[in-house]
Write a protein that binds this ligand. Sequence first.
Ligand SMILES: Cc1cc2nc3c(=O)[nH]c(=O)nc-3n(C[C@H](O)[C@H](O)[C@H](O)COP(=O)(O)OP(=O)(O)OC[C@H]3O[C@@H](n4cnc5c(N)ncnc54)[C@H](O)[C@@H]3O)c2cc1C
Length: 487
Amino acid sequence: MTRVRIGVIGGGVAGLAAAYELEKVRAAGQQIEYMVYEACPQLGGSLASEIVDGSVLELGADSFLTEKPAAAELCRELGLGGELVPSNDAARKTFVVVKNRLVPLPDGLMFLVPTKLVPTALTRLFSLRTKIRMGLELLHPPRAAEGDESIAALVVRHYGEEALDRLADPLLSGIYGGDAAELSARTVLPRLVEMEKSYGSLTRGMLAAHKKMRAAAKKSATGAKRKAPPIFTALRGGAQQLVDALAARLDPASICVATPVNAIERNSSGWNVHARGTVQEFDGLIIAAPAWAAGGLLTPVDRELGQELSAIPYSSSITMNLVYDERSIGRLPDGFGFLVPASEGRAMLACTFVHRKFLGRTAPGKAVLRAFLGGARHEELLAQGDEALAAIVRREMSEILGAKTLSASVEPEHLRVARWRRGMAQYAVGHRERMERIASRQAALPSLRLVGNAYDGVGIPDCIRLGRKAARELAAIEVKASSGVSA
Ligand SMILES: Cc1cc2nc3c(=O)[nH]c(=O)nc-3n(C[C@H](O)[C@H](O)[C@H](O)COP(=O)(O)OP(=O)(O)OC[C@H]3O[C@@H](n4cnc5c(N)ncnc54)[C@H](O)[C@@H]3O)c2cc1C
């Protein structure tokens, strides 16, 4: 049996998770080798954190959804179980900026859907007209048309323009750096699309789902009341801990950083990978680089596949961490932070009060504010220097929070800007059909796997799940083939 060689292009969390799985297969005694190529000098892709005077600063992703188990499972497997930190949900309150004032999101919102009458009726977030529309939504008929549509179209049809502007759009640009007018309802919010089909009204659908969930929880309860899991989970030392723990499990000779792959081609039994003036041969290939990079590499191999991949849109974003001495600022509003609707005409999309969202990751006496900028509508901000961006953010924060709370003249102790160019895939209308076309082209290339945030979930858990699954599948196929058994 000959040794199987698998190349992994991209050392973000998807590529590292794939390599980790290959390393496990190798350690279990299979004749397998792998090589990870990462274009940047460091591994991790959109996961990167720094610890400054005892405070964790997340430059990219800061946490993952607890309900998607792949990330926490991997952390536990890597011995990081004790490092998992739950979000401080007791203090969970998010504000929306409306005409320069902070208005809390009303209680009872589930996936953009209002489910509680009194908080919806009393909130200052919506006008009376929108509230009446939200009430009448209970009578909404199922959608007549089939086919995908944008999230904006879905929300406006049910709750009107104001709900789009003040609720759906800021929530989505805060999560995806995306634009509700472009994002696919069917891919990003499949549950809502299903609910509309069954109930017409999203509110009725959500209430019914909630009722079912409560009944199921009651049935499975064993007497003692189980604590609800936290919404988000983070790592005590930052997302970098996961990157470092994964890298530590890999064979150092199998990792090439600062090594962008410039070209790939098929050979008689697999793939040639060109990077830094060398060519290496592999039996199987996992491309864990963003789809725009995968598209560029694959176009000479299969033009149609390359073009489909290159057509997946991405948005860019900027994070800015500002560390303040709590004594130098006033009391921040109680909550996790705020979202800024596009109609406010600001550069900032959102701001997290990091020291409130996760306890124990910020030095005592310090406040860490993390601003999020850019997104699909403000790509031009990426060209601005740190100082210009800092001036914008400090002015906007002061105008939103009030000069008494945070005057623009108060100097942060630390300020760290990170730019993420084309870092976040956007699941545009028609994404599912594009995925079907990609899968059918890929079927002709069984020794190739595509993983990362462009395909089946943008979050860290999805990228980990896809990376590990691809590695397991490809290793099994190639090992079988090398031992002469047809797959
Ligand atoms: C600012 C920001 C905040 C986020 N916040 C969260 C969050 O809180 N929670 C969450 O779950 N998700 C979050 N996400 C999303 C999540 O972090 C990403 O979807 C995920 O990390 C993507 O991992 P990946 O491995 O697919 O891609 P990436 O992290 O983009 O990694 C791809 C790697 O491929 C490399 N590469 C590209 N071309 C080549 C080439 N030719 N040769 C070799 N290497 C190449 C790149 O340098 C990069 O390192 C956030 C994303 C961003 C940008």
